[in-house]
Design a binder for this molecule. Structure first.
Ligand SMILES: [Zn+2]
Length: 193
């Protein structure tokens, strides 16, 4: 969750589950959720989106190239042995050049296909932060062996828009510890050489 301390506007990124916990944070800080942004349509990133939308009225945003994956939530649920979540409907597509905003906090959308066709990253340039979804991790990159994945495309996304960001950018991956663009440029085994 990203929130503006002055205006109390917030966006929630990748509400996979545990919406009660998300709402507890919203209430604790007195926030208004303006947008629900989904970096890609894997169940652990989108499974709670409709519940959160019902509770907040906020629109759900996802790149349109992942709409096909969204229709496979039942299949995805069977992969990991969990019950099928309710169907997710999208209010608008996000693409490179779009911006998402919570109060004064503004992120540029980078379409970074590879982990999935519709994967996006969110770049908060003023805060020097990249919310990377499952495209880049500390010391690793997103898997590309699931439907819609492409190793060629994720490498193009990483060597293109992602590594174009400044070294000091803090990377907040969809899973695992924080890192920076500089550390990954220097030491990520998929990116060196
Ligand atoms: Zn994923």
């Amino acid at each position: 969750m990203v929130g503006d301390e002055q205006t109390k506007e917030a966006m929630v990124i990748d509400p996979g589950d545990d919406i009660e916990e998300v709402m507890a944070v919203v209430q604790r800080y007195g926030l208004t959720v303006k947008q629900i942004v989904v970096t890609h349509a894997h169940i652990d990133h989108v499974g709670g989106a409709m519940k959160l939308k019902r509770l907040t009225g906020a629109p759900v945003l996802l790149n349109q190239n992942d709409y096909a994956l969204l229709k496979m939530l039942d299949v995805q649920a069977s992969w990991i042995g969990m019950p099928t979540p309710e169907a997710v409907t999208i209010d608008a597509s996000l693409d490179t050049g779009d911006k998402v905003q919570a109060g004064s906090l503004v992120a540029e959308v980078l379409h970074t296909p590879g982990h999935t066709e519709g994967s996006i990253c969110l770049y908060f340039s003023a805060e020097q932060k990249l919310l990377a979804g499952d495209t880049l991790f500390a010391g690793s990159i997103g898997r590309t062996d699931l439907p819609g994945g492409s190793y060629e495309k994720i490498m193009r996304s990483l060597r293109g828009p992602v590594l174009a960001l400044p070294d000091e950018t803090v990377v907040v991956p969809g899973h695992g510890p924080l890192t920076t663009i500089g550390i990954e440029r220097e030491s990520n085994p998929f990116l060196v050489g």
